[in-house]
Design a protein around this ligand. Structure first.
Ligand code: PEP
Length: 250
């Protein structure tokens, strides 16, 4: 039985003040979230604050991106060891916004996955197709290519140390959620593809859905057999909405 996971991705939002209020609100409502794991992925500069507020709570925290390099002359980058220094459990790699706006290739994302894993962080590997790719009928091809980059670099067993988030790009921040059936089709495809290589890894792999998940649609999505929780953008900025999703996953 896979534990459900709900991870918030705050993206480039928040301030010292608003993060304090948000985390107080989430912590106050967590008592009935007993089964699902919960995490928030914060802008790097706020991670020390998040650590201070969440230490000792049931909520884990993480980064939204990380360097594939371990240290050195990489101005502006954050190393996996730095995330570890501030108690991070998770780090998102290959979010579609990084792939689209920062030109991150499948190979670079795979190296980030490897670096995170080597440091003892749990990489949340984002995969997903654009609207154009869905309309061309190549969703599975795109997702397979993104997954394969990691499998080729690290071997399928590496997926046992990570989480996959299926995030159709056309559903991110648009209010257009994939239907539970559309999402399940792709989640089933991902698990099936991993199962062809290693049944045990496939069975244990948490596959999250991301893309305009809200309290109102979370239960139906997470009820699908291969959807193990959510990666939440917009709704993670409201304690009430985020908790609503956590309760649905619970
Ligand atoms: C995301 O950024 O990972 C995401 C799923 O965003 P939203 O929930 O706002 O669509």
């Amino acid at each position: 039985m896979r534990q459900p996971l709900v991870a918030g991705n705050w993206k480039m939002n928040g301030s010292l003040e608003s993060i304090g209020v948000l985390l107080d609100g989430i912590k106050a409502g967590m008592e009935d979230v007993t089964k699902a794991a919960v995490a928030v992925c914060a802008p790097a500069i706020y991670i020390p604050t998040v650590q201070q507020q969440l230490q000792g709570s049931a909520i884990a925290w993480g980064g939204q991106d990380v360097s594939a390099e371990s240290a050195g002359a990489y101005t502006g980058e954050i190393a996996t060891s730095m995330l570890k220094d501030f108690g991070c459990t998770y780090v998102i790699v290959g979010h579609s916004e990084r792939r689209a706006y920062h030109g991150e290739s499948d190979q670079l994302v795979a190296r980030k996955f490897a670096a995170a894993r080597a440091a003892g962080l749990v990489p949340i590997l984002c995969v997903g197709e654009t609207l154009e790719e869905r309309e061309q009928g190549i969703t599975e091809q795109v997702v397979a290519r993104q997954m394969d980059a990691v499998i080729e670099l690290e071997g399928v067993a590496a997926l046992a140390d990570g989480v996959v988030a299926y995030e159709p790009v056309w559903a991110i921040g648009t209010g257009k959620t994939a239907t539970p059936e559309q999402a399940q089709d792709v989640h089933g495809f991902i698990r099936g593809r991993v199962a062809e290589l290693d049944g045990g890894v496939a069975e244990g792999l948490q596959i999250l859905y991301g893309g305009s998940m809200k309290p109102g649609n979370a239960a139906e999505l997470i009820a699908k057999p291969d959807i193990d929780g959510g990666l939440i953008g917009g709704a993670a900025l409201s304690a009430e909405d985020f908790l609503g999703i956590c309760r649905a996953a619970n």
